[in-house]
Write a protein that binds this ligand. Structure first.
Ligand code: AHR
Length: 639
């Protein structure tokens, strides 16, 4: 669809933005791109594109972490701890439920849900139901693995466990646990569906057929997970990340690392070991984190994607302004970080490597970069300079090969790497694509640890993808300086109340997931990364035309990335002087929208997806036109 012409041939409205254009031409001024394939400007950072994640927008709980039971340890803030649970009386049974602050299965989980059943019999059962994270996705002929901790005050007979369809009220899978003990014990069960319709409109039901008092805690249910990991991840979201061709995973934040207060930081020691020993904690994004995704699960997630971890350690500053002064009071936090690094990278003979081994992972994880804090420029006390120096000295003394990332510019020392963050509108990115072109090459290397064009909600739109792609051309051109870059936030649960941060990359509900146009733009740039940036130049072209070019001499392929963020096509003359020959046939991957506001949604997930075609007119000199609102990669075979 063409933008609406509003007045006298010159004013076009493009999704709310007024754009002046030449009425006579239905295309942008010609551009000439000249690429000297035989002259390398610099290497491309092999780790340029990666992932950044934290617990935000129900990224883990209600997202990647495949747990289906919401508020499984009764620690959610709402409704006195019983949010997402409700009492169920079948027939003439009678029961109430309440949090019992004095009864819990472990030192970490000191309270539980008490269900007082006044009246029930096997034909008239009573109990509780859990609604899941905006439902529970069930698929046909699938086995779901569950477990719970429970105790009773008397013999209450078996505990029935069922998955019930919300609409029909009928069970779709059932099982029963033997009589529950009067001591806390862990019970496991499976629930197997048969030939059912795929649906998220289901809940979990726990009932008994005898009067008495039943306590339950850590009620858990998992679908089959990616690579069949216990306590594992959703396969669809893992596959979406694989398709992004990432090279690293930055974790665990973001604000989530810091917490609002110091005791709400990501306190990694509370996130390892059996789930019953994890106390859970409040995330700064306003909900309780189950910590089911703990440090080991994070590291295994990177391992499953076959990528490195960029490990961010808490550095003594929390979001509401509390900070620890450098010196002796900071020492315990430095030691906490050293232990964390040892947990991730130490061999099994080390103290924390042995703990990891006991938890089932003897092999150390590959970690090259450790990030000291997050966005410490917000610490207006000025303590970061000293805090970074203290962490740097201690970490380098024990791990000299680690590269340490600073999260704010430093005056007194040069960090190995500096983490820069950019959240902008598309127009701002268009204007800033040359940001690093003249940056100091003697300063620290750059990690663009968070960046995104913030347009579109809950996930970004085509206009944002164009802003992102323009910015990526600048990052590729400067990938001698920029060693890594990761978009943020990665995930959003699109259900009402699921989003805390607008404009995210991948959206999902309990049942399915989809990529925004920005997701596809990134996947395209990362898939066709190349190893070298050849010398190149451009003349002419419209104001919203951007390009980058990389080369992989190993496979003889040249990747030309083109971005046309204008409302008219952009003609381009492509010259490859010094090239002996270029195959006539080239691969063209195109991502196009009809207007900047066009987007993908959970119900229309594939409006804007990359389309692969073939060009047949490639050569050492050839013409091409990139359509309006388009991002393209041309893969050329050049000798
Ligand atoms: O990505 C969302 C937030 O933006 C991150 O938690 C924080 O680091 C930044 O301010």
């Amino acid at each position: 669809m063409n933008p609406a012409v509003l007045c006298s041939k010159t004013l076009f409205i493009v999704a709310g933005a007024a754009v002046l254009t030449n009425a006579a031409s239905a295309q942008a001024p010609d551009a000439t791109v000249t690429i000297q394939v035989d002259k390398t400007a610099h290497a491309v950072s092999p780790t340029l594109y990666g992932l950044m994640t934290e617990e935000i927008n129900y990224s883990y709980d209600g997202g990647l972490y495949a747990e289906m039971v919401r508020n499984r340890t009764f620690q959610d803030h709402g409704f006195g701890g019983v949010a997402h649970w409700s009492i169920v009386h079948l027939g003439n049974s009678a029961a109430t439920m309440a949090i019992d602050q004095a009864e819990g299965p472990s030192a970490a989980l000191q309270h539980s849900l008490a269900i007082s059943v006044k009246q029930a019999d096997p034909g008239n059962q009573a109990g509780v139901r859990n609604e899941g994270y905006w439902g529970m996705a069930l698929r046909p002929n699938t086995t779901y693995k569950g477990s719970l901790y429970a105790k009773t005050d008397s013999d209450m007979g078996p505990l029935s466990v069922a998955l019930i369809n919300n609409n029909s009220g009928k069970p779709v899978a059932t099982t029963a646990l033997p009589a529950i003990s009067t001591e806390w014990k862990r019970y496991e069960f499976t629930l197997a569906t048969r030939d059912i319709e795929v649906s998220a409109e289901n809940h979990l039901l726990l009932t008994v057929g005898h009067a008495g008092k039943l306590w339950v805690d850590l009620v858990s249910l998992f679908p089959p997970t990616y690579k069949d990991r216990g306590n594992g991840n959703r396969s669809d979201l893992m596959e979406m990340m694989v398709a992004m061709h990432p090279k690293f995973l930055r974790l665990p934040g973001g604000n989530y690392l810091e917490g609002d207060q110091i005791d709400e930081r990501f306190d990694w020691k509370n996130t390892i070991g059996p789930l019953v020993d994890r106390p859970t904690h409040r995330s700064p994004w306003s909900y309780q984190s189950s910590d089911g995704m703990g440090l080991l699960e994070f590291l295994e997630w990177a391992e499953d994607l076959n990528i490195q971890t960029v490990l961010a350690v808490y550095a003594g500053y929390s979001l509401k302004g509390d900070h620890i002064r450098p010196g002796p009071t900071l020492t315990p936090f430095v030691e906490e970080a050293l232990d964390e690094i040892e947990f991730a990278t130490g061999d099994p003979s080390t103290k924390w490597g042995a703990v990891r081994t006991k938890l089932g992972h003897p092999a150390p994880f590959p970690v090259k970069y450790v990030e000291i804090g997050n966005e410490d420029e917000f610490d207006h006390s000025g303590s970061y300079e000293g805090r970074y120096a203290q962490f740097y000295k201690a970490i380098k003394a024990k791990y000299p090969r680690l590269e340490l990332i600073a999260t704010a510019p430093l005056k007194r020392m040069k960090p190995d790497v500096l983490d820069d963050h950019y959240y902008k509108r598309a127009d701002e990115f268009f204007a800033d694509v040359k940001h690093y072109d003249n940056a100091d090459r003697n300063g620290p290397k750059i990690f663009v640890g968070e960046w995104a064009t913030r347009e579109g909600s809950p996930t970004t739109d085509m206009g944002a993808a164009l802003g992102d792609a323009a910015w990526m051309t600048g990052m590729e051109r400067n990938s001698d300086l920029i060693v890594m870059a990761s978009y943020a936030p990665l995930f959003v649960n699109v259900n009402p109340g699921g989003m805390q941060w607008e404009s995210d990359l991948i959206g999902y509900n309990a049942l399915s997931s989809y990529g925004s146009p920005s997701y596809y733009a990134q996947a395209m740039f990362a898939e066709y990364l190349g190893t070298e940036v050849p010398r190149s130049s451009v003349s002419g072209g419209g104001e919203r035309f951007f390009y980058s070019v990389t080369h992989d001499p190993g496979n003889g392929l040249l990747y030309l990335k083109l971005v046309n963020a204008s409302s008219v096509p952009q003609p381009i003359e492509i010259n490859l002087p010094g090239t002996i020959s270029v195959d006539e046939t080239a691969t063209l991957i195109s991502l196009s929208g009809n207007n900047p506001a066009e987007t993908n949604t959970i119900s229309a997930p594939a409006r804007i997806v990359p389309v692969r075609t073939t060009l047949t007119n490639a050569g050492v000199k050839f013409s091409h036109a990139i359509p309006a609102y388009s991002i393209q990669v041309i893969q050329l075979r050049a000798k």
